[in-house]
Design a protein around this ligand. Structure first.
Ligand SMILES: [Zn+2]
Length: 129
């Protein structure tokens, strides 16, 4: 299986063209510590790369467009203070209300407590490496 650092190494020329205000080596070192199932939070990326939250989302969205990252959007339950058990791929998929899988309370505006994370997708070419 290919290492995440090597996978992201492939997109370095594109990242350089985009002129993101980041230290590419630092970024590779950081992303290389993540495995495929881990949920990466934008604030973690922002803190590590010391860039603005706007630049952070631009970078993460760029990587998502190129299939190097995949958004994962869990809805947090305001009643039991854990993730409600629902995960979405896009903001548009989140319904107007949800019933928490754990406490069974109705979450009336799930968009309010949805959080965007990103994960590294497992690509076929990386498994057969
Ligand atoms: Zn709950």
């Amino acid at each position: 299986m290919k290492k995440t650092k090597d996978i992201f190494g492939e997109i370095v020329p594109e990242l350089k063209k985009q002129k993101f205000n980041i230290d590419i080596d630092e970024f590779l070192d950081f992303i290389g510590h993540y495995d495929f199932t881990y949920l990466i939070s934008p604030s973690e990326v922002q803190g590590k790369l010391k860039i603005s939250i706007v630049d952070t989302y631009k970078l993460l969205e760029f990587l998502a467009q190129h299939k190097y990252l995949e958004p994962v959007i869990p809805v947090y339950c305001p009643y039991c203070n854990v993730y409600s058990g629902y995960y979405y791929d896009t903001i548009g998929e989140i319904p107007n209300k949800l019933t928490c899988l754990y406490c069974k309370q109705e979450i009336s505006d799930p968009l309010q407590t949805a959080v965007i994370f990103y994960k590294i997708p497992l690509r076929k070419q990386d498994i057969n490496y």
